[in-house]
Ligand binder design. Structure first.
Ligand code: 3PG
Length: 212
């Protein structure tokens, strides 16, 4: 089983994608892999999402495929059966935490307050998603947690972009960032694969990636 810390420290910028059409999955994965990005979060926000996770996991063994926007425990077995290697949620519930622990899915639970972060750490989830990062306080908020919550590592998502990614990634308590800015719904709909590859290459050059 993978470890969420290992996945994120090797893949410091994780594209968060909303896929409306299953047929966009393969060209998107190809574009990202060509650009040197080897992990992706496919959000469960569309009807196509489950099939897209299966397609990406089956056809692209070099891509670590995660399932995002996990909201209930029933989805855990389903995404694992499809080949998802990690899960992400905007928040957490006791049922979700229990399901991922029992089934062994590397998991990034979300939170946006100090008490939520502490509760997740107490439940043995020291690597957490900070969401929605921009609206909940941005890099300044996370910076102020580095000393009191020194054992917690964050993956901020929500409002990350080419301009502010570096501000987050420079913090000692930020292991990775996630976002849709270079894999927007528009770009995917329009098949802007070369743009996605170019941005991925720039991101990997700037922030590194274990596979670069
Ligand atoms: C997420 O679920 O992490 C966010 O929706 C991604 O946010 P972004 O679209 O602002 O990057």
């Amino acid at each position: 089983m993978d470890d969420i810390r290992d996945i994120l420290s090797a893949n410091r910028v994780v594209p968060v994608v909303v896929l409306d059409r299953v047929q966009d999955t393969a060209p998107l994965c190809e574009a990202l892999l060509q650009g040197g990005i080897h992990a992706i979060e496919v959000t469960l926000r569309t009807e196509a999402a489950m099939a897209a996770i299966g397609e990406a996991a089956k056809r692209f063994p070099d891509m670590i495929v995660g399932a995002g926007t996990l909201l209930n425990a029933n989805q855990i077995t389903q995404v694992m059966d499809l080949g998802a290697r990690f899960g992400v949620s905007p928040g957490s519930t006791p049922a979700l935490l229990e399901a991922v622990s029992t089934k062994g899915l590397p998991f990034l639970p979300g939170g946006s307050s100090v008490s939520e972060f502490m509760a997740l750490a107490e439940a043995r989830f020291p690597v957490q998603k900070f969401f929605p990062a921009g609206a909940a306080g941005g890099p300044a908020f996370l910076k102020s947690l580095a000393s009191p919550l020194a054992d917690i590592s964050f993956c901020p998502t929500g409002g990350i972009n080419a301009e502010n990614a570096e501000d987050y990634l420079a913090l000692p308590n930020v292991i990775a960032v996630g976002g849709s800015w270079f894999v927007s719904a528009d770009r995917i709909r329009n098949g802007a694969w070369p743009n996605i590859t170019n941005d991925a290459k720039n991101i990997v050059t700037q922030f590194g990636d274990a596979n670069s």
